[in-house]
Design a protein around this ligand. Structure first.
Ligand SMILES: [Zn+2]
Length: 527
């Protein structure tokens, strides 16, 4: 087995997991199949590009009571990678499953699973701290017993992290599991949080677990199966999901989309062009809705999940996962909250985001201020100007990038670029102050952003420019003011610099030659 990472953005990554039955790309969702009721065939999975599925070993064992264990690939008529869950969810539902931790490991080995889960104790959503503590301890004890009885090393074993909403327990659980050698680590009990849209807590739980786990191993989030959440979960470092939601939702006439769930009865036409929807209508789906729902709805729901996973992988390849989060955060207020919570962890996201990307980034307003590139820029800023000079020339950074190549002020920048008395700094609506030393570093010159912002942001940006210029402790400042932002910078600079040390030249009315002349005169006079 191996887990290879091919690309990263935020904490998200694209990878390949190899099992003894084949390889599949991550991020991936294992569709959970009912071993006793197969709705979709191999052909469909091939067509969607689903190379790994999951089924429940406990249900399989119970359903085939008294019979000899059969290879799970045969039972499911599925030759690709099969993951089996241990029945922990049934514990959560019914309290007790009637098999031991050792039995369920042995059974998974006998049915020749590719990815097996030890029998953990889900903490659940409502456990108090004491109960959470016990579930963590008991899961660790079971992990140790399982590791003792495991004989097949060709199966990838999953080590579940528990703790529920008790973050200190989640972290402790992850630390304990990390000491034990599992091929994959997983986080349990998130289903109810997703159903109740407590995404803030879910984000905290994932961060707490990931903090203590080895980064080189895949991370699985149990029971997540709605495409609307995938970008957020992947951005936090989840590589794997498993869910039966696609089928359960279909039974209730619920249609999954990347923006949320729709009820078939509320829909007039499909926007989706997947093979199930392309020449059908919601009405047709409704009419053929049997007890199990319409198979086409089951199929669409899976297409919706896997097309979102493809979109996420493409976003990671292009370095635009943050942009995808911003887009999705506008689909629902709860997702906006989820996004805001993730933004609070931007320092962790920054550490795993590539320093240079194949494409520029989009700055979409204040929601982009926490993106890793912005944070990185701010941290570089203070050390960017090595030598403090007597004057700072503050120029508009606006129309063309890199800013010093903007035709309107190119000759001005050139005239003073090598002057040992002058530092050049541009004022940019996206970045605030951009010293010429950083003007060509990624992604300053590659970022697309708006040319206007509201008055509050304008003032705040102008302030950061003024603070930066101040930090350079110049004897004099020459500002070329242009547009509302230039005027805002002027206002902020005049709060700190006395009239005689601040020269303001109007960039809108003066030609470049005139600016150069005035600025040079100022330098000579103050030399
Ligand atoms: Zn569709």
């Amino acid at each position: 087995m191996s887990f290879q990472v091919h690309g990263k953005d935020l904490l998200g990554r694209i990878g390949t997991i190899k099992t003894k039955s084949g390889a599949f790309a991550t991020p991936h969702m294992f569709p959970v199949l009912d071993p006793h009721h197969r709705v979709l065939g191999r052909e469909f999975f091939d067509r969607v590009g689903i190379h790994a599925v999951m089924t429940n070993a406990y249900l399989l064992k119970r359903g085939l009571q008294g019979l000899d264990p059969v290879d799970v690939h045969r039972t499911l008529d599925y030759p690709g990678s099969v993951a089996t869950d241990s029945g922990a969810y049934q514990i959560l539902e019914y309290g007790h499953v009637g098999v031991t931790a050792e039995e369920i490991v042995g059974y998974q080995e006998k049915i020749n699973t590719d990815i097996g889960v030890i029998l953990d104790i889900p903490t659940g959503f409502r456990s108090d701290a004491l109960r959470a503590r016990w579930t963590v301890d008991e899961t660790v004890r079971r992990a140790d017993r399982a590791l003792e009885v495991i004989t097949r090393k060709d199966i990838l074993w999953v080590g579940p992290v528990q703790g529920g909403v008790h973050l200190e327990e989640v972290e402790r659980s992850a630390r304990e599991m990390a000491k034990r050698d599992f091929a994959i680590y997983a986080l349990g009990s998130p289903t109810e949080l997703m159903e109740t849209q407590r995404y803030d807590v879910l984000v905290d739980m994932i961060v707490a677990a990931k903090k203590a786990l080895p980064t080189g191993k895949p991370f699985h989030l149990f029971g997540a199966g709605h495409p609307v959440l995938f970008p957020f979960l992947v951005a936090l470092g989840c590589d794997l999901f498993d869910s039966a939601a696609y089928a359960l939702y279909a039974r209730a006439g619920r249609y999954l989309t990347s923006e949320g769930t729709q009820l078939l009865g509320d829909m007039v036409e499909f926007a989706c062009a997947c093979p199930a929807c392309v020449d059908a209508s919601p009405e047709e789906f409704m009419k053929s809705q049997g007890e199990e729902g319409d198979t086409r709805l089951v199929q669409h729901n899976l297409w919706a999940c896997f097309s979102e996973l493809r979109r996420i992988r493409e976003a990671i390849r292009k370095g635009r996962l943050w942009e995808l989060l911003e887009l999705r955060s506008h689909a629902h207020p709860a997702l906006k909250e989820c996004f805001d919570r993730i933004s609070q962890y931007s320092e962790s996201l920054e550490r795993s985001t590539p320093a240079v990307k194949p494409h520029g980034i989009f700055y979409l307003g204040s929601s982009s201020d926490n993106r890793p590139e912005k944070l990185r820029f701010v941290s570089k800023l203070s050390g960017s100007v090595e030598e403090k000079r007597k004057f700072v020339l503050v120029l508009p950074g606006r129309w063309r990038r890199p800013y010093h190549e903007d035709p309107r002020y190119e000759s001005v920048a050139k005239a003073f670029d090598d002057n040992p008395k002058v530092s050049i700094c541009f004022y940019s609506l996206i970045w605030g102050p951009v010293p010429i030393e950083l003007d060509e570093t990624f992604p300053i010159a590659q970022t697309e952003g708006p040319d206007t912002v509201g008055p509050v942001v304008l003032r705040e940006r102008a302030k950061t420019v003024s603070e930066f210029v101040q930090s350079l402790q110049p004897r004099g400042v020459i500002l070329v003011s242009d547009g509302p932002f230039g005027r805002a910078v002027k206002t902020e600079l005049s709060k700190t610099f006395a009239k005689r040390s601040l020269t303001v030249l109007n960039g809108e009315s003066l030609k470049p030659d005139a600016i150069i002349k005035s600025a040079s005169r100022k330098l000579v006079r103050n030399a």
